[in-house]
Ligand binder design. Sequence first.
Ligand code: GTP
Ligand code: MG
Length: 607
Amino acid sequence: MNSFNNKSEREQMNVVIVGHVDHGKSTLIGRLLADTGSLPDGKLEQVKATCKRNAKPFEYAFLLDALKDEQSQGITIDTARCFFKSKKRDYIIIDAPGHIEFLKNMITGAARAEAAVLVIDAHEGIKENSKRHGYMMSFLGIKNITIAVNKMDIVGYEEKVFEKIKKGYLEFLNEINLKPMHFIPISAREGDNMAQQSLRMPWYKGASILEALDAFDKFVPNYARALRFPIQDIYKFTQEGDDRRIVAGRIESGTIHTGDEILFLPSQKKSRVKSIENFNSASLNLAFAGQSAGIMLETQIYIRPGEIVCNISEKQPHVSTKIKANIFWMGKQPFIKGRTYKLKIATQKVPVVLSQIISVLDASELSSISNKEQVDRHDVAECILETLKPIAFDDVVHIPETGRFVIVDNYEISGGGIILAPVFETGSSSLNSYIRERDYNWVRSHITQGQRIQRHKHKPALLVITGESHVKTVTIAKQVEEVLFKEEKSVYFLGVSNNVLISEDHSNDKTFEKMFHIRQLGELAHILTDSGQILITSVSEVDEYDLNMLKSLNRPNKTLVVSFGKIQLSEKHIDLLLADDEPLQTSCQKISDFVKAATLLDPEFSI
Ligand code: GTP
Ligand code: MG
């Protein structure tokens, strides 16, 4: 692993400086740049001279503007991005343009703050933004926090003033479950307790700002964490007469080696890495976070894009249909219950519903917690989301890359969120409660199911024919329909593309569209089997969750699953397993016989 762990490279940490207007954020940054010798040569003198020429007092904050000017002139120097260096590491200051922008950037991953310094003016005391920013840190799960009580020079470096602010602010932080690592009295302008211990506040024995920053914990570097390799695509190569598949994507976390035993989540399938392919160079023995890679497997298994490849011997992501998350909503339409949205996490895309709102804050106020029934634009909400299918994910504090998601509403990214924890419940899923409601509200006619069965002379059923080849399953399904039709069964073939009832359009997104199709198919199957018919359909590339959804929607009527080969489904989900290589005619006969037996009238129905 040391080949890429370049020890000579200095560690970097992203820090955001927050606080109320004029409390001294820019001064604190300017002072740190100056006191750590991080400014370009002569910059400090140059800015001081300009101030003198224009007869205005020098401000450390001007250093930032001076560096910004250089940046806009296209001169790229490290400090223009606001770096400062301590002995331990390099710091990058992240701009917090305003809370809404900042929250948006942080949640979508555009900005990443690992640590925060919150500045409070000793003279003015705790103001609205001092609290809002505290909320923001807590919402974002930033644990590395230090509070700086600035402008101690104005209050005569008085311990009493510092202690009063400290007490008040700690009470507030306690309410929102945040524990700062340090509480430091400083004068950014005068340089007290910034890079060195101040002699003017002998009563304070704690860390200086620089020491406090250096004491922050750095996240474990991403290549050293557990493997998370979300599958982007699966390429099939057959030109050498073989059936090679390359599972491709970008490694978000961890390292993968040839020979590793791997697990695919959420499907739980296992295999071993046969080789790692790099698109431009010869095969590698390992690949790590940040790299795009393709792997070949020792055993051929059926998997789909969206799954996450993990290492069996490492800590694994959660798999669940329910997550507790903090979301930041930016959609024009509010985020409401009872509507289906699309959730994207790593390469997974799944339908999602808002299941419960725990609390909502208005992002521009950030202090008002209310009991709302919907999440409006620029609201920050803690809520429970439920996906239609299980997804694999991590808590954001553990692995941010697979702990962060976006919500899409009508093609637009409308919300971003971070995952706090999975929710495991044995209670009812939204699908089950939907079905209960549907069945409860179903208006029945005077004709009973028994009468229908007598009329048709067979029981109703949904027959699902699946296999890897779409053409083959469709062909067979139509043939089976013909056979049964000739034998006077009430039978109907319905192809997946035939069902156009619900026109929720999510084009260009095959996996997502498919889930909607399955859902529609289930609804149609329920109506047609309820009317007493045998409905035949073919679905290629089906998994056990698709099947469970179909079965649930079609209940109480029977769903029969016929599969060519068992590469996609384990045997327990298959009612009739057929060999892929037997003649079509034979398969067709077997399926027809199987359906007839399964829909045979019970003896009491003999007429
Ligand atoms: P905004 O970016 O407008 O929110 O302000 P800011 O938080 O960046 O504050 P800035 O650093 O611009 O400082 C605001 C004013 O406070 C300036 O006039 C500074 O000179 C002054 N100031 C900052 N730190 C200190 C300090 O330690 N002591 C005193 N006396 N004044 C300070
Ligand atoms: Mg400023």
